[in-house]
Write a protein that binds this ligand. Structure first.
Ligand SMILES: C[S@@+](CC[C@H](N)C(=O)[O-])C[C@H]1O[C@@H](n2cnc3c(N)ncnc32)[C@H](O)[C@@H]1O
Length: 199
């Protein structure tokens, strides 16, 4: 028991230290990096929407991938307080009410990312159900605003609705992948569903 927690701390320390060294506010950046290395989701000059973007690691990394002629827009319940390049914009808000924001929803995007996580309760069934609700909304937003051929990355906590969600993504994209980054703790129930090439 003790050994497990020591290893877990070593693991978090490694990625946290690395993120600090690389000047990202969170270690979650390495998950997107792995996804990008494997699937090249974000391309130069792309327009990217990042759902659940705080504290801002994915925003920074996505902005590097699009380059200054691209555009990255993030939304989160929490504000983003880090310095961001000029082609990144953030909105503080709830994705369930984002549809009323014309500046956000009036545009088409090449990529929709969601690393959203619900406030966890410790009850796996409840947490997975809340994660599923966030994923369903993320997919619904992606359906409305992605260009044809656009890409989608979505974190989900594995639970009884996981298969259903995965199948919905599969139906709407030319290719579909389920990806567990090495930088995601093996004990964590989070996994990423990737949709490539919106039909
Ligand atoms: C794991 S963090 C994202 C980390 C981010 N990808 C990064 O690299 O900095 C998950 C985020 O999802 C956000 N979130 C959860 N529910 C949300 C909702 N309904 N609307 C907007 N953001 C939400 C949380 O506030 C939290 O900041």
């Amino acid at each position: 028991m003790k050994r497990k927690s020591v290893n877990k701390n070593k693991w978090s320390d490694h990625y946290t230290k690395q993120a600090k060294k690389d000047k990202y506010p969170a270690r979650s950046v390495y998950k997107l990096q792995e996804i990008q290395s494997k699937h090249r989701i974000i391309k130069k000059n792309n327009k990217v929407l990042d759902l659940g973007c705080s504290p801002g690691s994915w925003l920074l990394y996505a902005a590097e991938q699009t380059g200054g002629n691209g555009k990255v827009v993030g939304i989160d319940l929490e504000p983003v307080s880090i310095n961001l390049p000029p082609h990144v914009r953030t909105v503080k808000g709830d994705i369930f009410s984002v549809r009323t924001d014309a500046t956000l929803m009036g545009n088409k995007y090449d990529v929709v990312l969601s690393d959203m996580a619900p406030a966890t309760t410790g009850n796996k069934t409840v947490d997975a159900a809340r994660s599923f609700e966030l994923c369903r909304e993320a997919l619904s937003i992606a359906r409305d605003i992605l260009v044809s051929g656009g890409n989608f990355v979505c974190k989900i906590f594995q639970g009884e609705d996981f298969k259903l969600f995965s199948e919905s993504v599969k139906k709407e994209f030319g290719n579909h992948r389920i990806f567990k980054p090495k930088s995601s703790r093996s004990q964590s129930r989070e996994i990423y569903i990737i949709g490539i090439g919106k039909k």
